[in-house]
Design a protein around this ligand. Sequence first.
Ligand code: MG
Length: 422
Amino acid sequence: MLHKPTEIERLYIDFDCFFASVEQQLQPTLRGRPIGVLPFMSDYSCVIAPSREAKQYGVKTGTRVKEARELCPDIQFVPAQHDIYVKLHHRIYASIERCVHIDQACSIDEVVCSLMANERQKPFALAREIKQILAKEIGRYVTCSLGFAPNQLLAKIASEVNKPEGLVVWQPDYYPEQLFKLELCDIPGIGSSMEYRLYKAGIFSVEKLWHMNAETLRKIWGSVEGERFWYSLHGYAVEPLITSRCMYSHSRILSPESRDIYHARNCARLLTVKAARRLRRAKRTAAAFGLSIRFQSREKWKGKARFTHVSDDHTFLTALTNLWQRAVIEWYRDNEKKPRIKQVSVTLFHLNNPPLPQGNLFRDLLEEASEQKKWNQLAKTMDTIVYKYGSKAISLGVWEEPSGGYAGAKIAFGRIPNMADF
Ligand SMILES: [Mg+2]
């Protein structure tokens, strides 16, 4: 039986313009100014975090550099420093934990907390305490918005309705009316394609959505997720589904000066090694490797290689080399000009949990198994050196940093890189 809270049980904390406000905290000359954080410094890049001042001019996450300049001629661009953001994330986590128990970090700048009985009675005092400790220990330019509500979904929505520096408390009997003021696309879980499906079902407002029954939503969603969504929206204590990772993937858009085959391939090698390192750290193995190349001409190339379960760099890099050769041959079969490569992505998939390679027993000759053993051992030794001396200390083949001023781990929403990723 699902529990329906009669009090606020969750607190959601979402930091305001996180990367941009961290930059303003670190560099006083950027404070109070419109700034845009870029993944790499190039006119072809786009803003991954506008400051609140830049937002007032209409600059959003995803706005291209040229367009951002048109909207706001005074905007100043700064390159992202993901390693610093991750370090700060851990410090922020520790500061908040001293006030309230964190259930989960939902992304680099969002956490969800469970409230104890006494905390449910005084959300405003708790909010003040959290804001004070953050101002003191992290800095007053790194601000956050807080949402209190009966469950996680509602708390997340509440944290977003009054940004920046918001504080919203939605008691169980109070929130539906507040919810009805929002657009469908303001609700987490309703992206543009779901919005379209709802329109097709004649649902144009949150109020209408609210009055549907769980079974209808299940049909619209095409899965039990629709039913879960209904219960969350109606204030039941539905925990988000925890799905186990099914792949390790890295991707990068190349800066315009490095879109040739040589640089693109080097970049794919770096991404492969990074993904393999994450795989080994999770003590997992993969039985397939995927390469995807997006050309400037908008064409795409995709290929994959299969093997028995492994986790060493050598196997993945060999798969990359073979696929890369195929991609280049196929390009020249259809084109006369040299390829210009805009984006490369690599994926390790068909994951297995056991830490040791499986299935070698019947497949391999003894020498082959011992060969694999050597590569595993080498990967392990290299990991130890890299963790101690940094990612440039040792590599299989050339280690060349991609241009654009950043070669560390990328922050994917929902995944906070481990410090060893940098
Ligand atoms: Mg945020």
